[in-house]
Design a protein around this ligand. Structure first.
Ligand code: IMP
Length: 174
């Protein structure tokens, strides 16, 4: 399947470092928990936390989002829940991509009921053209057009997560 390069590894690394530095500035002196949403954000989150120069805890949320390979239905199931309480903690949810916004808004509403001190969102990518639920992304890597992207943790049919760059899947049906 042809994949057209979108952002190379160097461009991604620079942007992720900037986000990490911004988080370091914003959360100095605070009890921070970074929550990557599995699976798509594991590569982004692994790089991001290494640019956060604070005592940071990392805990994971596993989700299954129903739909076909390229579209989420908005029905989200938590398959792996957090291992610790986030009550009173400052939490950043880390997502690979906000597409319709359905997944992240479901998770945001769920986590907010657990009474964190604050809850913010970091996302590597945002596709505003596909918005169904508006979401405030506090730390955003890149805004992209309505294209389906893979690599750097993002998959198509569970493949391509290992590509070190982000690329666009050519698909005439979309
Ligand atoms: P949303 O609920 O529509 O915002 O979709 C969020 C989830 O759909 C993301 O966390 C991804 O797992 C998946 N997704 C949406 N767009 C893409 C894409 O372009 N490439 C790979 N996965 C995507």
């Amino acid at each position: 399947m042809p994949i057209h390069p979108l952002f190379d590894a160097g461009t991604i690394a620079e942007r992720v470092a900037e986000l990490g530095h911004a988080i370091t500035r914003d959360y100095a002196g605070k009890d921070l928990v970074v929550v990557p949403i599995l699976k798509g954000s594991y590569v982004f989150a692994a790089d991001l936390v290494r640019h956060i120069a604070l005592d940071v805890a990392v805990d994971f949320l596993g989700v299954r989002s129903y739909g076909d390979d390229q579209n989420s239905s908005g029905v989200v199931q938590i398959t792996t829940d957090l291992s610790r309480s986030i009550e009173g903690k400052h939490v950043i949810l880390v997502e690979d991509i906000v597409d319709t916004g359905l997944t992240i808004s479901y998770l945001y509403d769920n986590l907010v009921t657990r009474q964190p001190a604050s809850l913010k969102i970091a996302s590597l990518l945002h596709k505003p053209a596909r918005t169904r639920v508006p979401v405030k992304i506090d730390y955003l890597g890149f805004t992209i057009d309505d294209v389906f992207v893979v690599g750097y943790g993002l998959d198509y049919g569970q493949k391509f997560r290992n590509l070190p760059y982000l690329g666009i899947v050519a698909n005439e049906d979309r």
